[in-house]
Ligand binder design. Sequence first.
Ligand code: NAD
Length: 341
Amino acid sequence: MKIVVTGGAGFIGGNFVHHMVNKYPDYEIINLDLLTYAGNLETLKPVEDKPNYKFIKGDIVDRPFIFDLFEKEKPDIIVNFAAETHVDRAVVDPESFVRTNVTGTTTLLDACKEYGIKRYHQVSTDEVYGDLPLDRPDLFFTEETPLHTSSPYSAAKAGADLFVLAYHRTFKLPVTISRCSNNYGPYQFPEKLIPLMLSRALANESLPVYGNGENVRDWLHVADHCEAIDLILHKGRDGEIYNVGGHNERTNLEVVKTILKALDRPESLIKYVTDRPGHDRRYAIDPAKLETELGWKPKYNFDTGIQQTIRWYLDNEDWWKRILSGEYSSYFESMYGERLQ
Ligand SMILES: NC(=O)c1ccc[n+]([C@@H]2O[C@H](COP(=O)([O-])OP(=O)(O)OC[C@H]3O[C@@H](n4cnc5c(N)ncnc54)[C@H](O)[C@@H]3O)[C@@H](O)[C@H]2O)c1
């Protein structure tokens, strides 16, 4: 089995490559990544010498390159993680999200159509469903929830999902889609909430919390997400969507306070800053279909998973400190500099 994993130098894709390379020594895993600011080959160090792993640098939007790759490699499965993923960046530059998230996806789908494929899997997000009100804890996103996007990021992800489903209906392409809630765990780029707060708290720097911090996210450990995708690839039904989530809802403020407590830092480091425009209120996934149909069960709950994650960042300072010392520091200044003054 030859699997091309796009975006395998990013957070979830990197964890997925580790999972597949280690679990399936007989599979060939090809990591195709453009190495944008979010891609980091250091994440792949633990697997880079394994005989069943190969890295190829390239752009999923580059049609001749992608077709050439399919011609040479003849992959059985594509798992598409490659995307622009940060909502704050999408507010500043929506076009780059359309380019990678939509055009990149249709380019891969066209190559699958041309060369044939056993399975195309699209890694999507619960953000395509929009948000839920804070005062209705009884409501959850199911696979039937209508798409109702709020940000240029989620709009581009929803657009991609629609193309994936259209290629299934029109061209009978064997596709699956997973829509997961917020992930946390090792190797997450330090612009996202948990590693951002961790790295700043460790440096005794102020922690920028949007609005009043009451927005709710449904957190899933990245290892549980990887396990879900593995199951969907092997047992999922063509043309189906599977929601992935572990019922671990927390407000952003609760998450930040958990981190401060674990690091023994004072809550006075919290600084409330102007909210993100269009900030989604609450995400909450109903994973019943994945659980009953494919037997998926998460191994982590948030309370144990967050402690393991904090430990990982403490033990792997080199990994994230190198990122913070590079291009990212000027991005942080442009995003939060004025808000923190
Ligand atoms: N992070 C989350 O909480 C979360 C939750 C649900 C779904 N998702 C989805 O999972 C996927 C991975 O998310 P992540 O947080 O790991 O992202 P990430 O930003 O950490 O990584 C994205 C990777 O894609 C690569 N990439 C970007 N543009 C590319 C292009 N044109 N060609 C090839 N590679 C390119 C980058 O170099 C990077 O390695 C995304 O599709 C995202 O929408 C993320």
